[in-house]
Write a protein that binds this ligand. Structure first.
Ligand SMILES: [Zn+2]
Length: 276
């Protein structure tokens, strides 16, 4: 973290050019950006690195490359908006791999069930941190998958309270967006996507075992026909976060299957990745 240490001690932080070029080389979806957009993304990443604390957890050693990679991906959704959308974020915590989050849920009988679940990322509400698993951040196998954009989309969504799939509309840029239209369009797309996921899951054998090679291949084949990660069917807030990932990383299937969602996201983020 040699460079980061120098970087934090300066008034006007600058990411060294070579480090920035390497970052753009690694993140293919950034190569769609124009030179002017890339310049602005770099400036936003520098501000984010200067303002927020990046911390390695569980012995993870945070390098300059890793911090710049995360900052660049986190800055992409706000490229044409404002970093103020992350104003209440305490900082960014990076684990080497999946970390365990305690979960609890009350059932219909009023009994609270508690369990632990491994997570690739978490956006903690009410001014909390964004927590990431570096192993999952690097996961570029699944099409359209991007943990950093996913978690920062949650942060944006939480800007007006809890995550519900409807981010705050900003007076400066979002006057053309109608909250009722947003709600209606996202609810309809979410319901449709949920129905599609269930219809595909119904085709899986009753004794489905994801550790079994043939079952796993069948699962990938069936769910691979979807424009989004099936995780989007878990909650409207997840649908917004997963659709945002796809919008920036692999927008074509989303635009084909849910053109109105693509259009609303393009209006919200004030970017049109398909036209780049
Ligand atoms: Zn999520």
């Amino acid at each position: 973290m040699q460079w980061l240490r120098q970087f934090f001690s300066r008034d006007t932080p600058r990411i060294p050019d070579l480090l920035w070029q390497d970052c753009v080389m690694r993140l293919a979806f950034l190569q769609r950006l124009s030179p002017i957009e890339l310049e602005r993304l770099k400036a936003l990443s520098e501000t984010l690195l200067g303002k927020k604390t990046f911390t390695g957890a569980a012995g993870f050693e945070l390098t300059d490359e890793i911090a710049v990679d995360i900052a660049a991906q986190a800055s992409l959704p706000v490229l044409n908006l404002t970093l103020d959308l992350y104003a209440d974020m305490a900082g960014i915590i990076v684990y080497p791999s999946a970390f365990i989050i305690p979960q609890s849920e009350m059932d219909e009988a009023g009994v609270v069930h508690e369990w632990h679940e491994p997570a690739s990322g978490e956006a903690v509400g009410a001014g909390g941190a964004v927590v990431l698993s570096w192993e999952d951040v690097q996961e570029r196998g699944a099409p359209g998958y991007n943990v950093v954009i996913h978690e920062f989309a949650h942060k944006i969504d939480m800007g007006d309270g809890r995550a519900n799939g409807c981010p705050p509309f900003l007076a400066a840029w979002h006057e053309g967006l109608d909250p009722r239209l947003w709600q209606r369009t996202f609810s309809a797309a979410y319901a449709d996507f949920d129905r599609r996921v269930h219809a595909l899951e119904d085709q899986l054998p009753d004794d489905f075992d994801d550790a079994d090679e043939a079952d796993a291949a069948l699962y990938d084949e069936l769910l691979g026909t979807l424009p989004l990660d099936p995780y989007a069917a878990r909650h409207p807030a997840e649908f917004f976060a997963v659709a945002s990932e796809a919008f920036f990383v692999l927008p074509e299937p989303l635009a084909d299957d849910y053109p109105e969602i693509y259009r609303l996201l393009a209006q919200y983020y004030r970017q049109d990745p398909l036209r780049r």
